[in-house]
Ligand binder design. Structure first.
Ligand SMILES: O=C(O)C(=O)C[C@H](O)[C@H](O)COP(=O)(O)O
Length: 215
């Protein structure tokens, strides 16, 4: 398995940082790592995303945290952020040019999909896994039903995933989950209470690990 993908598997949870303030980024990434979340995605709509990725990549050893770009809608954004140090690229939608660009530079790519047809199309185009988005509206049963005929395609539900439903998604066949709002409390970071983020990360990874052991 590709090393970046195996590190995402190890983390079990990909933290989605949307609009993270530059002065909180390293503290949040460190707090997440402390709690066992070692895969972090900074969304491309975050101001200065390439600089943030460069900053966070330079602040950790290669094996400590794996950094990706989220909400990538075009190959230009994929390339720019890969050059800044991103190791994986996630989209809310399916863009074959983004997958092609990632493969050109040896990076992991994950298109957003909702249907079996989109999942197969993304995988055939060379994606490493698919992000089932938005996950909450379809729920864990949708992942289970898709994994029936498409067991070979690794699926990561994202969008509305929290401690209340993460175990159900993993038991339905998800290899990892993505989470933003339910995992990263920017207000806590603003108050300097980074241990709250570590606690949330610890709880999330515990839930995923237990669900894997049960599944
Ligand atoms: O556009 C993307 O690449 C995304 O990742 C979409 C959402 O920001 C995530 O799905 C996080 O959603 P919440 O966990 O519900 O906060």
């Amino acid at each position: 398995m590709n090393e970046t993908l195996s590190r995402i598997v190890d983390s079990g949870v990909v933290a989605v940082l949307r609009g993270v303030p530059a002065d909180q980024l390293i503290g949040i990434a460190e707090a997440l790592r402390e709690g066992g979340v070692t895969a972090v995605e900074i969304t491309a709509d975050t101001p200065g995303v390439a600089d943030l990725i460069e900053d966070v990549s330079g602040s950790f050893d290669d094996d400590e945290v794996v950094i990706g770009t989220g909400t990538v809608l075009d190959s230009e954004t994929a390339r720019t952020t890969l050059m800044a140090g991103a190791e994986f690229v996630v989209s809310p939608s399916l863009h074959e040019d983004v997958i092609e660009t990632c493969n050109r530079y040896g990076a992991v790519s994950a298109p957003g999909v909702m249907t079996p047809t989109e999942a197969v199309r993304g995988y055939e185009a060379g994606a490493d896994f698919v992000k089932v988005f938005p996950a909450k509206t379809v729920g864990p049963a949708h992942i289970g039903a898709m994994k029936g005929p498409l067991g070979q395609i690794p699926m990561m539900p994202t969008g509305g995933v929290g401690p209340d439903n993460a175990a159900d998604f993993v038991e339905a066949g998800a290899f990892a989950v993505g989470a933003g709002g339910a995992l990263v409390d920017y207000d806590a970071a603003e108050r300097g209470e980074y241990e709250e983020i570590t606690e949330a990360a610890r709880e999330f990874t515990r839930i995923v690990e237990e669900a894997r052991a049960d599944g």
